[in-house]
Design a protein around this ligand. Structure first.
Ligand code: F6R
Length: 589
């Protein structure tokens, strides 16, 4: 949600700063802006829409020594030039960019003498800095005693244009240095080609950059010593190469990502710590996530119950945090699933679980994320950077990690040596075996249908949930998912001539049941598309998965559906990498 870049150094063009911001466009693309030093003052350029519109407004290649830039996903105030960051205080002394939400911004607004110049929560902090007459880093830190909420803030001051001021709480922020030049960013992706190492901020930490040096402080102005972190090689993957869209690239990268997943789990033996002694401490496993990560959580819970016999469930993080957490105690193992590791609801859920004495595992793609840092254990997801807003390769890699985790626990409990790595290698070799041309025809057939329905039972039902979410997000299709057994309890009333019904029927024990439910819909005019591992079915519009292991189906049956959503998106003229109203990494509640 929103992207931040700050620059301080001997001089770079604004195009350079904006090119770094472009790497963060996946975090928001409603509007963008840059503030920079010009003639001993702060000047700025802002534009509504994606960053290309901002780029068009920056024509000269003059160098700037101090700059802050932002790409926005609106929370307070609609996308407009007025609400676009950077936000300045009334006299223009302070200019700031901010990710997160200032929870007490109304309260701050009431204290301010001067009204702020936008509808955002951020402006109140810029104005507060001015009204408290903040000049030094000490003053800056003091002002944050009045600020509540989540924030990654980079600020510049017109009286000190050779300095940058930084504050961080519950919203990611990083800084890298190269020969006295500094880049601050909300994702280390921005440092590729600039620096090999970077610093990461913890909550309630501050920094001040001046004279080619950075100093870190806690909230009491104690100076902090920080370790450098090495930039992961896989950040190099953040280019589209020959692909037109990141979403397609990421779907096609799944075999490689799965191979990396297997290699990591084999080479580092990450599962070894989850031994018999460990697992015997728990009588319940709770999986928690949001959106696609919640669907992965549902699969994880099914894997655990079937393979280990331990009771397990999946919860939506934003629901869990307002529930009575009766099962959160030292006998419950919590597994938090999150691609970004920065999803606010998931982080809050982890805090609640920890407060109740539970053991927490983070299953995440971002090993430097807040979720990974706060967890007792980390299960790495090795998808590599995922840029498209819709999660594809991260989902499949999450499932592969959950599968290996459940199989490993089963090996521990039953004292056996089942080689689950081989299963994931098989998925890697089969996952793209679907007929793209057939999917393309199906995309033509359903693209103008307003209400397709995805059905399945058990693991197949979860595939239906994820497939319908993909179509909603990138193709704006009001797809519904239903457990196949529920159709006759009401949903059939919505079936009309030509309603597409996408049927997942890959599990032996429930295949016939699901197909029967589909027949009832087809008898009432529905148009059926079937995903199955039974090639003998002889239906039209059949997508056959040629693998005989029901546990692997959730990974194999989703790939053609990701591709279907991509194709429908393209046919409707939508940019699947930047669907409207969405952004990757939802760092606000
Ligand atoms: C859907 C999608 C979202 C995310 C959700 C959780 O394609 O990407 O539903 O899965 O916002 O995000 P993470 O996994 O980063 O916690």
């Amino acid at each position: 949600m929103c992207g931040i870049v700050g620059y301080l150094g001997k001089g770079r063009t604004r195009q350079f700063v904006v090119s770094r911001l472009k790497k963060l466009e996946y975090r928001g693309y409603d509007s963008s802006g840059i503030a920079f030093n010009k003639d001993d003052k702060i000047d700025n350029v802002k534009a509504v829409g994606n960053i290309a519109n901002l780029e068009n407004l920056i024509t000269d290649e003059n160098e700037v020594q101090c700059a802050i830039a932002h790409t926005r996903w609106a929370t307070h105030g609609k996308p407009s030039v007025k609400n676009c960051h950077p936000h300045s205080s009334q006299s223009g002394v302070w200019s700031i960019v901010h990710n997160g939400i200032i929870e007490n911004y109304q309260e701050i607004k009431e204290k301010l003498k001067t009204p702020t110049d936008s509808d955002t929560d951020t402006s109140t902090v810029a104005e507060l800095l001015e009204e408290r007459n903040a000049k030094t880093i000490g003053d800056f830190v003091e002002v944050f005693k009045e600020v509540q909420g989540s924030y990654a803030i980079v600020a510049m001051n017109s009286n000190a244009l050779d300095e940058l001021f930084i504050a961080k709480n519950r919203s990611p922020l990083y800084v890298a240095e190269n020969k006295g030049e500094y880049l601050v960013a909300s994702d280390p992706i921005c440092f590729v080609g600039f620096a090999k190492y970077y610093y990461s901020f913890n909550n309630y930490e501050y920094a001040h950059i001046k004279n080619g040096k950075i100093k870190f402080f806690d909230a009491y102005m104690n100076e902090l010593k920080k370790e450098l972190v090495e930039l992961d090689d896989c950040f190099e993957e953040t280019q589209k190469f020959e692909y037109e869209h990141f979403m397609l690239k990421e779907i096609m990268e799944q075999p490689e990502a799965l191979k990396r997943q297997v290699k990591t789990y084999r080479d580092t033996n990450v599962l070894a710590k989850f031994n018999k002694e460990f697992i015997e401490k728990f009588d319940y496993i709770s999986f928690i996530g949001c959106g696609t990560a919640y669907h992965a959580s549902m699969v994880g819970a099914r894997y655990i119950e079937r393979l280990t016999g331990i009771r397990a469930s999946a919860e939506i993080a934003s629901e869990f945090i307002y529930k009575e957490p009766v099962f959160a105690n030292e006998k419950t193992l919590f597994v938090f699933v999150s691609q970004s590791g920065e999803t606010a609801d998931t982080l809050m859920a982890m805090n609640i679980a920890k407060e109740h004495g539970a053991t927490c595992v983070a299953l995440t793609n971002v090993l430097y994320s807040s979720l990974a840092k706060q967890a007792d254990y980390v299960l790495p997801v090795c998808a590599g950077p995922e840029i498209a807003v819709a999660s594809t390769k991260a989902y499949v890699c999450q499932l592969s990690a959950l599968y290996m985790f459940a199989r490993h626990l089963n090996n521990q409990i039953e004292d056996k040596q089942y080689n689950y790595l081989k299963d994931i290698e098989l998925v890697s070799s089969k996952i793209l075996d679907f007929d793209q041309e057939k999917i393309n025809h199906i995309a033509d057939a359903i693209k103008d249908e307003m209400n397709p329905i995805f059905i399945g039972k058990d693991l197949d039902y979860i595939a239906a949930c994820e497939a319908s979410l993909k179509l909603k997000e990138v193709a704006y299709v009001n797809a519904t998912n239903y457990p196949s057994g529920e159709l006759k309890h009401g949903f059939l009333a919505l079936i009309e001539d030509g309603t597409p019904i996408i049927v997942f029927a890959t599990e032996d024990k429930v295949r016939t049941k699901t197909l029967n439910a589909a027949h009832e819909a087809v008898s009432r005019g529905a148009f059926q598309i079937t995903i199955t591992n039974d090639g003998g079915l002889g239906y039209d519009n059949l997508i056959v998965i040629d693998v005989d292991n029901e546990y692997l189906m959730p990974m194999l049956e989703i790939a053609p559906m990701q591709y279907l959503a991509y194709e429908v998106s393209i046919k409707k003229g939508i940019n699947p990498d930047q669907p409207r109203n969405l952004a990757k990494s939802v760092t606000v509640e």
